[in-house]
Design a protein around this ligand. Sequence first.
Ligand code: NAP
Length: 255
Amino acid sequence: MDFGLSGKSAIVCASSKGLGKACALHLAREGVDLVINARTKSTLDATADEIRAETGWRVTAIACDVTTPEGRAEILAACPSPDILVNNAGGPPPGDFHDWQRDDWIAALDANMLTPIELIKATVDGMMDRGFGRIINITSSAVKAPISILGLSNGARTGLTGFVAGISRETIAKNVTINNLLPGPFDTDRLNSNIAAVAAKKGISNEEEAIARAASLPSGRFGHPDEFGAACAFLCSQQAVGKADAATFRLQSGG
Ligand code: NAP
């Protein structure tokens, strides 16, 4: 199927690895020019080279922290009028809510709620004027099934969900959709570090914990980032015109 994206431009935040990288790669395969981003320049440049080598499309790598105003300004300077915006950043740390201070909450809100809102604010009017726009927010299945140790993530990402569900009711009339992708467990560095932390706490090996966790999922396995990237590319396609009352699409391979 031709997704009708050839010649479009996209900003994909936090995309040198994992789910963001998979989204970037699948968009490039559809002929989209990319601005990709992460903090670690060496990994980001390697990812840009990999995507260019496979697809031949233009990839601009902006090494910065997307959760800062300066970082967002750098990204927007490289692509002031994107047709597609994929919002992503690292997730907040797990923990016990008794230990979290105001600064911990502000950091989580900055990274996982206010950063996407700022980038949407900077780009959505142009998308509406041009009559095409696709905004994807990578959030978490914890929005629908909150996990107690991930309270910072549950709170910040649920706030983002409420905000975008509201504005998507205005943007859809101009062919600008806003969808949230809510990953369950996907096989990335982040998942592997979470598994290592739990395994250490239980006193078992990482492999034992990974096998037990995967077995607890309806599919019996973790999702692959490639599956996530494919879903992202479809939601950015000309065919994926959303309904104003359905801003949230759930992708959770595991359960
Ligand atoms: P990952 O494999 O660890 O990749 C994270 C990517 O984001 C890297 O490219 C990292 O590069 C970049 N990044 C992190 N913080 C950044 C920042 N402040 N500014 C710019 N780039 C930044 O993680 P992932 O599994 O793909 O997770 C992506 C998102 O999905 C996270 O918010 C995570 O919490 C959420 N999620 C993941 C899962 C899962 O199972 N994988 C499940 C639920 C939710 P640098 O470190 O070099 O910046």
